[in-house]
Structure formats: structure tokens, C-alpha cells
Write a protein that binds this ligand. Structure first.
Ligand SMILES: Cc1cc2nc3c(=O)[nH]c(=O)nc-3n(C[C@H](O)[C@H](O)[C@H](O)COP(=O)(O)OP(=O)(O)OC[C@H]3O[C@@H](n4cnc5c(N)ncnc54)[C@H](O)[C@@H]3O)c2cc1C
Length: 372
């Protein structure tokens, strides 16, 4: 019998497996595909890690832990994982980014953040054209994570675990003595089980009514163009709340191109099995119009587009808790479009739950009980 089983070896499951191995346990893990793959939430080149967005919330210590953990993984793996590029958060002063949570506590004296007006943004980053009245926080320490390298390094750190790719778990059962997992290829026994199946979580927890919504979201890569292409690569990334169009984000170009997309596309909630994986021309045109209006001349021809999945909770906080009926089972779900940056930290917290260690951080914001 293994000590622990992990279902789902994407972002959080791979980190859970790695942390359990680090603590000296025998681990078996399953994924329905071979990570890093393009069917879930953890693909597409880059992810942002930034702190200002979370000011005044319980996520701040987690972001700080995450920066330290990524630096450690970078050293131990010998891979390049994190690049400081800065991030701009922009929007109208009465919009969600600034007036609502989670930025409301942003005026922190111990940070390097700069508050910029629309004119100051355009002066500092001349490829950006914010509307008058837009305000911005520039966070110079924010960074870009190289997603596939991060995931590969995490899976390598789980060396010694029996990681079984292309082997979907079909069902599990729990008893007083342990858990059993039935997959498409066999049956496995373990003392305890982590479920971190991203958008597929409801299929593995049919007895729990979880308020999760799977959202289709598209990332686009354009060839960088124009006189600012070089400067663009230096940063910053941006998250830009636009009054009519929604929240637009963009990344400094990588070898794959200048990546951009929309954060939370209302009305696109869907079942994971029914996701439309094709990207239509009209969708890409909407992004082009944003570039034409707010960052003219920097986006050349469309190089690539990819569908990615958000799994959202109603309050956009994660679920990280024990199964309410089976204390041998820990669940991570509801990444809500922002979990990747925390990957090593969330893996550690999952391992704490599974090994009965006191969690290193307060888990109450992530409890399942908040939905009852
Ligand atoms: C477009 C986009 C942009 C994002 N940007 C950011 C960002 O800038 N910063 C940030 O921090 N976060 C960001 N995120 C969010 C982040 O990527 C996700 O929150 C995170 O990847 C969720 O991790 P997960 O482990 O829950 O899911 P996943 O990484 O999808 O992993 C779930 C795994 O479970 C496996 N699985 C499912 N069912 C089974 C089964 N029955 N048996 C075995 N395996 C199974 C799947 O194959 C998959 O590999 C973004 C997400 C998207 C889609």
C-alpha cells in the first residue's frame, strides 16, 4: 500500500506529490493526460505572480511564501523559472480593480508600488494608451513564471513517486483503513488521498455539491511588432480593467509571442466535457480591437491561440480542505484563474492536511464550510 495517492498531476497535484515525496512518503499519482498538457488549466507559456492585487487579504503571506519557494525550486532544479518584469494594474478609479476588493488595502508604505495617472503610464510605457481618468498601480517586483518549466521542475521534484500518466482515475472509496482508487488500468490502495483534478473535480466528488463553474478562456499570441517591440519584452505585464470590454491582460513577449487575453469572460461558463476547444476568428478580432485602441502597433499577426480553463468558486477563493465525510481525503479545487503562482505553497498545505501537520498558514478562507 502507498502512503498517499494523488488524483490529478496538474499544478496543485504535482506540487502535492513533490512535497509528500520530500517529506519521505511513498506516493502514487494519476493524471488523465501527460502533464504538462493543454487540456486543463496549466499550460500556455506564462503566468503572473504579483502581490499588490492581494493587498489586505490573506493571500499576501502566501504570495511571499511562493516567491521564496519558486526561488528555491529554481536553485534545486537548475532551471530558469521566474523573471521579474513588473506588473501594471489599471482601471477606472471606481472600477473593480481599485474600488472593490482585493486592492482596497493597497496603500502599503512598505512596498515599492507606484501609483500612476494615465499620463504617467503613457510616459513611462509609451506603447500603452490608457483613457484619461484611468489610474494604475505599477508593481516593479511582480514576475513572470515560465509555466511549462515550473511544472516540469515540480514533477521532477516528485522523483521517486509512482506517477502514472494517461491513466484517468474513475472512482475512489474510503474506509477506516485507507482508500482505494480505481483507474482505467487497475486498482490501487493508499492510506490517504489528494484530489486536485482542476476542472474535472465535480466528476470525482459526485456526492458533494460544489459551487464550481468551469469557464472557457482563450489566450492569444501575436507577433510583437513596431518600434516598441524590444521595450515590450522588458515588461511590464498588465491587467487592465476596461469599462466596456472587461478585464484585459497581456504579458511581455516570449519566444512564442506577445500573449494576451481576457480575465473572466462572463457568460462562458460550461461543462468540462463540452468545452469548445476551437477559437473563432471573431474572438481574435476582439483582442485585435483592444490592441488597436489601447496599445496600437505592438501586436502583429496572430501566431497562435489556445483554450484554457478557469474553475471558479463564487468568491474566487480556492477550496483547500478535507472532504467533509472522509478525513483521509484532501481536496484542492476552484483555482479561479489565480492559483498557479501559489503552486508550491498550496502543495505544501495539501501535504500538511494529509499528514496531520498543523497547516503553515490559515486555511479558513479556503474551507468548504463557507458554502454551507
Ligand atoms: C488562461 C489562464 C490564465 C491564468 N493566469 C494565471 C496567472 O497569471 N497567475 C496565476 O497564478 N494563475 C493563473 N491561472 C490559474 C492557474 O493556471 C490555475 O488556477 C491552476 O493551473 C489550477 O491548477 P489545478 O491543479 O487546480 O488544475 P490543473 O492544472 O488543470 O490540473 C488538474 C489535473 O487533473 C487531471 N485530472 C482531471 N481528472 C482526472 C482524473 N479523473 N484522473 C486523473 N487525473 C485527472 C487533469 O488532467 C489535470 O492535469 C490562469 C489560468 C488560465 C486558464
Amino acid at each position: 500500500m502507498h502512503d498517499f495517492a494523488v488524483i490529478g498531476l496538474g499544478a496543485i497535484g504535482s506540487a502535492t506529490a513533490a512535497e509528500l515525496v520530500r517529506r519521505g512518503h511513498a506516493v502514487v499519482g494519476f493524471d488523465r493526460y501527460a502533464p504538462p498538457h493543454t487540456m486543463g488549466s496549466a499550460h500556455s507559456d506564462t503566468r503572473m505572480i504579483r502581490e499588490a492585487w492581494y493587498r489586505g487579504s490573506p493571500y499576501v503571506p502566501l504570495v511571499r511564501d511562493a516567491y521564496r519557494s519558486w526561488a528555491h525550486l529554481e536553485r534545486t532544479s537548475g532551471r530558469s523559472l521566474v523573471r521579474t518584469a513588473g506588473a501594471l494594474m489599471m482601471g477606472p478609479s471606481d472600477g473593480r480593480v481599485f474600488a472593490g476588493s482585493p486592492l482596497r488595502g493597497v496603500a502599503q508604505p512598505d512596498t515599492d508600488d507606484l501609483f500612476l495617472s494615465a499620463e504617467e503610464v503613457a510616459e513611462r510605457f509609451p506603447w500603452l494608451r490608457p483613457d484619461p481618468g484611468t489610474i494604475a498601480i505599477y508593481e516593479p517586483g511582480a514576475a513572470i513564471l515560465s509555466l511549462e518549466a515550473c511544472l516540469e521542475a515540480t514533477l521532477e521534484a516528485a522523483e521517486g513517486a509512482d506517477l502514472r500518466f494517461d491513466e484517468p482515475a474513475i472512482e475512489w472509496s474510503a474506509s477506516a483503513s485507507g482508500v482505494r482508487i480505481r483507474t482505467e488500468r487497475g486498482e490501487y490502495a493508499a492510506r490517504r488521498l489528494a484530489i486536485a483534478a482542476g476542472a474535472w473535480t465535480p466528476q470525482l466528488l459526485p456526492g458533494l455539491i460544489l459551487p464550481l463553474e468551469v469557464e472557457r478562456t482563450v489566450q492569444y499570441w501575436f507577433e510583437p511588432a513596431g518600434e516598441h517591440a524590444g521595450a515590450l519584452a522588458e515588461g511590464p505585464a498588465w491587467v487592465w480593467e476596461l469599462e466596456r470590454e472587461g478585464t484585459w491582460y497581456g504579458f511581455p513577449p516570449t519566444a512564442r509571442g506577445l500573449k494576451a487575453g481576457m480575465h473572466f469572460q462572463a457568460g462562458r461558463g460550461t461543462d468540462v466535457e463540452r468545452i469548445d476547444r476551437e477559437v473563432g476568428n471573431a474572438e481574435a478580432e476582439a483582442l485585435r480591437r483592444l490592441f488597436a485602441r489601447y496599445a496600437p502597433g505592438v501586436a502583429g499577426p496572430l501566431a497562435h491561440a489556445a483554450v484554457c480553463l478557469y474553475t471558479n468558486t463564487p468568491d474566487e477563493n480556492f477550496i483547500l480542505d478535507r472532504h467533509p465525510d472522509h478525513s483521509r481525503i484532501a481536496i484542492f479545487a476552484g483555482g479561479s484563474g489565480h492559483a498557479f503562482k501559489f503552486l508550491p505553497v498550496l502543495g505544501g498545505l495539501m501535504a500538511d492536511l494529509l499528514t496531520d501537520e498543523p497547516p503553515s498558514r490559515d486555511l479558513s478562507p479556503f474551507s468548504l464550510g463557507r458554502f454551507r
